[in-house]
Design a protein around this ligand. Structure first.
Ligand SMILES: [Zn+2]
Length: 67
């Protein structure tokens, strides 16, 4: 099973590599694009918060809201 967090992710504001996972939810994308998983992070250095979207894998669609 592949984790969603990549070890090379960094803060888009200050590029600090320390961040905290804040929230994850499934959102609807454009028609035809299916769903996206929106993950929210917070920088440990400057407290900047940001979101990243990736296409939801099929197994996550089934587990939406269950985890
Ligand atoms: Zn930062």
């Amino acid at each position: 099973m592949t984790p969603f967090e990549r070890p090379d992710r960094c803060c888009p504001k200050c590029e600090h590599k320390g961040y905290m996972f804040r929230a994850r939810r499934t959102v609807d994308g454009q028609p035809g694009d299916g769903e996206f998983v929106e993950t929210k992070y917070r920088c440990r250095s400057c407290a900047h918060e940001w979101r990243e979207r990736i296409p939801a894998p099929p197994e996550l669609k089934r587990a939406d809201g269950a985890a």
